[in-house]
Write a protein that binds this ligand. Structure first.
Ligand code: UDP
Ligand code: MG
Length: 311
């Protein structure tokens, strides 16, 4: 019987984990053609998440867990889960039941239809604030326009993937990971299915607007150099316009004599160009910063405990 690993990143999820395993166990008990194994990744939680995972591991034989030495972020947690997986297929899902396990049969069907991956996107963003919905919409349309990786609006990290797809994802060992992009970048036949987002039954979201903004910026800079091209083109356009302006002024001066221009024009030009230069340096800095962090080749996560070696 084929094995499906379920990778679940957890950060401060003590309130929802018991509900999660109960709900998910209910669903997997109805699927008899596959074996399931959980791979929980405790991403440096400050609450009792690790204790709960230890209890799960002692109660259920199909529960494995890895615990990080500190909080490394969901991207690192997903990577650790994928790296430890050995199943024929791997499901990635959130611990908060916002990725409903009742979608498993449909996802597995997607795989049985001959796809390497069956991924989900949100139909309705129930349980999400208006600002988040707005930011998310802008992000997806911008990301799709300027980078090579294309994904539907509302794509989430809830998916099932074949072994060979997981193996190729693990090979992409960049430290600053943007999995949504990586999943698309590796290719493979992917079927997208829609699901209805639900509210968190307990606990709270770990994302603030600022961290979402950072995440979006990561997404854009990891899969596209369009911003760098944009500043180059902007520089070219400004130089061209300035050149035209010089010619016009020259003709004016030669034909109509010298007039004394106001300081406003000079001030505006200086400030405007100052702003553009500042922005361009910022964009360059963003990429250089990424290169700097990446060249250190630090590990994606540090494990402090796991039950993978236990018999
Ligand atoms: N998560 C994690 N590390 C973090 C933040 C979140 O492993 O630093 C996990 C979290 O436990 C959950 C999933 O990532 O299983 C999604 O987090 P959350 O529900 O807070 O995000 P949202 O659904 O609001 O996008
Ligand atoms: Mg959530």
């Amino acid at each position: 019987m084929k094995l499906i690993d379920i990778v679940v990143p957890c950060y401060n999820e003590e309130e929802v984990l018991p509900m999660f395993i109960e709900e998910t166990n209910k669903v997997i008990s109805t699927i008899s053609d596959y074996r399931f194994r959980y791979i929980f990744v405790n991403d440096g939680s400050k609450d009792k998440t690790l204790d709960i995972l230890r209890t799960f591991a002692s109660r259920f034989i199909n529960v494995k867990y890895i615990s990080f030495s500190r909080n490394f972020g969901k991207e690192s947690a997903m990577y650790a889960g994928l790296e430890h997986s050995t199943g024929d297929y791997v499901i990635i899902m959130d611990a908060d039941l916002q990725h409903p396990p009742k979608m498993f049969p449909q996802m597995i069907q997607g795989i049985q239809e001959g796809n390497d991956c069956c991924a989900l996107y949100r139909a309705k963003q129930k349980g999400e604030s208006k600002i988040r919905q707005f930011v998310s919409k802008i992000f997806f349309s911008f990301q799709n326009k300027i980078s090579d990786v294309k994904m539907p609006d509302g794509a989430v990290d809830f998916r099932i993937m074949s072994r060979k797809m997981v193996d190729s994802i693990i090979k992409l060992s960049e430290v600053q990971r943007f999995s949504k992009g990586i999943f698309c970048w590796v290719g493979f036949k992917t079927k997208w299915i829609e699901y209805e987002n639900v509210e968190r039954p307990a606990g709270e979201t770990k994302w603030s607007i600022i961290s979402l903004f950072k995440y979006a910026l990561d997404g854009i800079t990891s899969f596209s150099v369009a911003p760098l091209r944009f500043i180059a083109i902007l520089g070219f356009i400004i130089s061209f316009l300035t050149f035209l302006y010089i010619i016009i002024t020259l003709i004016q001066t030669l034909c109509f004599g010298i007039d004394v221009p106001g300081y406003v024009t000079t001030l505006c030009a200086t400030l405007f160009l100052g702003g553009i230069i500042e922005m361009s340096v910022g964009v360059l800095g963003e990429y250089i910063g990424r290169v700097y962090i990446e060249t250190k080749r630090r590990p994606i996560y540090i494990e402090s405990e796991s039950n993978f070696d236990d018999m």
